[in-house]
Write a protein that binds this ligand. Structure first.
Ligand SMILES: [Zn+2]
Length: 261
């Protein structure tokens, strides 16, 4: 039954959306071409997006081993698309060009991946940035994406439950065990109450080597999480893992030069 209050709400919301379209018309997350509302990419950018089937492609079951100091079994991964094309462009713009507004449309993609994977979780926790990186960027892109995932799951977003206590050496040249060792001590659970006894959806923008996710998952399980499932907008294929397509590890020389320019 459509009550008067509900009707008024719907009318006001439609008017607000229309006003928003006029003030800031929706644009393609990769190229800024005009798009209709609810579209993340324009038709030509959308052609370059390779969506992953159903639950993405899992690397294993939900992580449940606790206390291991070697790399734990990789958590289940839910990814919307393969890293590349317009997805890669949009994620780079989100992270490196001061476009936190892109967190919403890209979060929408993670949200739809979670929906088709039928994920159940009790809390959403974004992969944290180091405080210095957060201060430079002004936002954590994983938290922006996590907000959409939390809305889909109707669970809280615990954006500060996990902290990155040190920045880590560049991962690209290390093998899996060394990459894990490199980030193992980098994460700490600050809010154990948000984690204990909970199924955690651990959100990041992109999964490359998986070492960061493994280290976060281990910290969460050590703090009492029941399970950890990784949720990302995009994941690099197995053959891409040696080139770190997009990373929050210390910037390359080229990147630093770009940042200074
Ligand atoms: Zn486009």
């Amino acid at each position: 039954m459509l009550t008067a209050a509900r009707f008024l709400f719907l009318v006001l919301r439609a008017a607000l959306l229309l006003a928003l379209d006029i003030i800031s018309p929706p644009t393609c997350a990769a190229c800024d071409a005009a798009v209709s509302r609810r579209r993340v990419f324009c038709p030509s950018c959308a052609l370059t997006v390779v969506e992953l089937e159903e639950n993405g492609d899992h690397r294993g079951d939900e992580l449940a081993a606790r206390g291991a100091v070697r790399p734990p079994d990789p958590p289940r991964v839910i990814a919307f698309a393969a890293f590349g094309g317009a997805i890669a462009v949009a994620l780079r713009r989100l992270k490196f060009t001061g476009r936190p507004d892109l967190g919403r449309p890209l979060g929408h993609l993670a949200r739809s991946a979670v929906r088709s994977a039928d994920l159940c979780a009790d809390v959403v926790i974004p992969v944290p940035l180091h405080a210095r990186r957060l201060a430079e960027r002004g936002y954590n892109q994983a938290a922006l994406i996590g907000r959409a995932v939390a809305a889909e799951l109707r669970v809280p977003l615990a954006a500060r439950a996990l902290v990155r206590v040190r920045s880590t050496a560049r991962q690209a040249t290390l093998d899996r065990a060394d990459r894990f060792e490199n980030v193992r001590e980098a994460f700490r659970v600050r809010d154990a109450a948000a984690v204990q006894g909970r199924r955690v959806a651990l959100v990041d923008d992109v999964l490359t080597t998986g070492a960061t996710m493994d280290a976060c998952a281990l910290a969460l399980l050590d703090a009492g999480a029941v399970s950890v499932t990784a949720v990302v907008v995009a994941r690099a294929g197995a053959d891409d893992t040696d080139r770190e397509p997009i990373t929050d590890e210390p910037a390359s020389a080229a990147h630093r030069a770009q940042a200074k320019a």
